[in-house]
Design a protein around this ligand. Structure first.
Ligand SMILES: [Zn+2]
Length: 215
């Protein structure tokens, strides 16, 4: 759906919230209020300009806090239990990453640490910081730079790939040892679902929902 020249109800606001610029072909549109489930598309290149965002800043913050709680559990709880010669070994994510590092799989270890730990952690902390201020109607210190950072680390979370990988390894390793999924992997599964929910939220809306000129 393209955006026809808009209604007048936004004209009293700041120029940034009345105009929309297509990221792909730089066409400028006047913004129109979207209804539930609606998306505005560029008439020239069909790129999505923006989608209706039913979620409020409060709901986003609640989601971030939930993700953080599950994230801590996913990293603290063991992911798998290995039974070998009557001995039980509980492996956490960090235990596995350190093991990979020592077993000459440094590249995989760094990738796993980045995509499963550091990038999601930075993303949640940055979003939390922006939202805590946003709820007070203010732009957080460093707002502009942090929004750019969020844009770049956006796709760097791979919890769902990880959960699948762990489950496949459990099935395979079952031939040789006694392997059982532990609480951590279930926490990761929940995390993967929450991150998918999050992927549907366009964080660019913070530019508009937290106005620059506010006190
Ligand atoms: Zn366009």
């Amino acid at each position: 759906m393209s955006t026809p020249p808009a209604s007048m109800d936004h004209t009293h606001q700041a120029p940034t919230s009345t105009l929309l610029i297509c990221e792909h072909c730089d066409t400028v549109y006047r913004r129109r209020r979207l209804r539930r489930g609606e998306a505005a598309r560029c008439a020239r290149c069909q790129a999505v300009l923006e989608r209706h965002q039913p979620i409020s800043l409060n709901a986003m913050l609640a989601l971030v806090v939930t993700v953080m709680v599950v994230f801590v559990q996913a990293n603290v709880w063991p992911i798998i239990t290995l039974g070998l010669n009557g001995e039980e070994i509980h492996a956490t994510l960090w235990g596995i990453i350190i093991m990979m590092w020592h077993e000459h799989s440094q590249v995989v270890a760094v990738l796993a640490a980045g995509t499963l730990f550091f990038f999601p952690l930075v993303k949640m902390l940055v979003l939390g910081w922006l939202l805590v201020y946003g709820r007070l109607g203010r732009r957080a210190p460093g707002f502009r730079r942090l929004m750019v950072l969020l844009h770049y680390i956006g796709p760097w979370t791979m919890s769902e790939v990880f959960v699948l990988g762990v489950l496949v390894s459990i099935v395979k390793a079952h031939l040789y040892f006694d392997v059982n999924p532990d609480a951590g992997v279930f926490a990761y599964a929940v995390l993967a679902i929450l991150i998918t929910v999050f992927a549907g939220i366009d964080v660019r809306q913070l530019w508009d929902k937290i106005p620059e000129s506010s006190p």
